[in-house]
Design a protein around this ligand. Structure first.
Ligand SMILES: NC(=O)c1ccc[n+]([C@@H]2O[C@H](COP(=O)([O-])OP(=O)(O)OC[C@H]3O[C@@H](n4cnc5c(N)ncnc54)[C@H](O)[C@@H]3O)[C@@H](O)[C@H]2O)c1
Length: 268
């Protein structure tokens, strides 16, 4: 039996995406809508949400802050088959752990972890009760799998989200609900604008920084998210899809211009 169906992979499904107005979330929202999903786009940025709505006129636009638990309660009214917990943010430039304190830890926790708990908790009972199964996708990061100096607390909450993904997958599998993560790296978005962060003179170095070069585009993350949302991945749960041009696989290894590799670069 084919799992592909007639062409559009999310026909008849409702997909709620947080942080859907820009960057990765917007690319996910657009691709899901192209594949027949009724998209519920949640974002704090009203202008960007309006712009998304012009491209995806069928989308329900919810202007809200996901760090406010009332947002999850508000979203519980939607009959959601697919939930993408996409919001996440460094919130600050790299800063030593010792130079920040509990207030900042709480803000990082709210925007990188707590909202996924609230949103999932609000939508899961309906998903289970409707008996149609479901797919929950949590946007983590390569830094949930390796350390990152100066972003210790951010990375810790993302690692928690990764583990939430795995444990919840065990609990809800019998309801036909799958829970997976996507771990991006090196994707050009408003939060990580590599076009500005990397000087023009250095852009030819991308193939040395990641096996597939870079930067990646938000659409490169939307494809794997579509896979996880659709029945193509119906036997996949509790795992992570890495969308990073190979940076996680490379670890500390870097290509040299002559094609050899080094893990102790003299000119990193
Ligand atoms: N871009 C990358 O290379 C990269 C790498 C690793 C992980 N990620 C993860 O991917 C996800 C998306 O990243 P991005 O680069 O597209 O981010 P982005 O900042 O470019 O876009 C995030 C979107 O979320 C919205 N948002 C932010 N805070 C919100 C809140 N409190 N309530 C509602 N909406 C809110 C923003 O308005 C924006 O539309 C994040 O979880 C991020 O940690 C991205």
């Amino acid at each position: 039996m084919s799992v592909l169906g007639p062409g559009r992979l999310l026909e008849g499904k409702t997909a709620l995406i947080t942080g859907a107005a820009k960057g990765i979330g917007a690319a996910v929202a657009r691709l899901f809508a192209e594949h027949g999903a009724h998209v519920v786009a949640v974002d704090i940025d009203a202008d960007a949400l309006g712009a998304l709505g012009e491209g995806v006129p069928s989308a329900a636009l919810v202007e809200a802050d996901v760090t406010d638990p009332a947002t999850a309660a508000r979203c519980a009214g939607f009959e959601v088959d697919v939930l993408v917990n996409n919001v996440g943010d460094f919130l600050r430039p790299a800063t030593p752990f010792a130079d920040a304190g509990p207030d900042e830890w709480a803000r990082l926790g709210a925007v990188n972890f707590d909202h996924a708990l609230h949103m999932t908790h609000a939508l899961l009972p309906g998903m289970a009760a409707r008996g149609r199964g479901g797919s929950i996708i949590n946007m983590t990061t390569v830094e949930a799998h390796r350390g990152i100096p100066g972003q210790t607390v951010y990375a810790s909450f993302k690692a928690a989200l990764r583990h939430f993904t795995r444990s919840l997958a065990l609990e809800v599998g019998r309801d036909g609900i799958r829970v997976n993560a996507v771990a991006p790296d090196l994707i050009e978005t408003p939060q990580v604008p590599y076009g500005r962060l990397v000087a023009e003179a250095h852009r030819d170095r991308w193939p040395l920084w990641a096996p597939l070069g870079g930067p990646g585009r938000p659409e490169d993350v939307a494809g794997p998210a579509l896979f996880l949302a659709s029945d193509l991945s119906r036997f996949v749960t509790g795992t992570t899809v890495h969308v990073d041009g190979g940076s996680h696989a490379a670890g500390g290894w870097f290509a040299r211009p002559d094609g050899t590799w080094v893990n102790r670069p003299l000119d990193p």
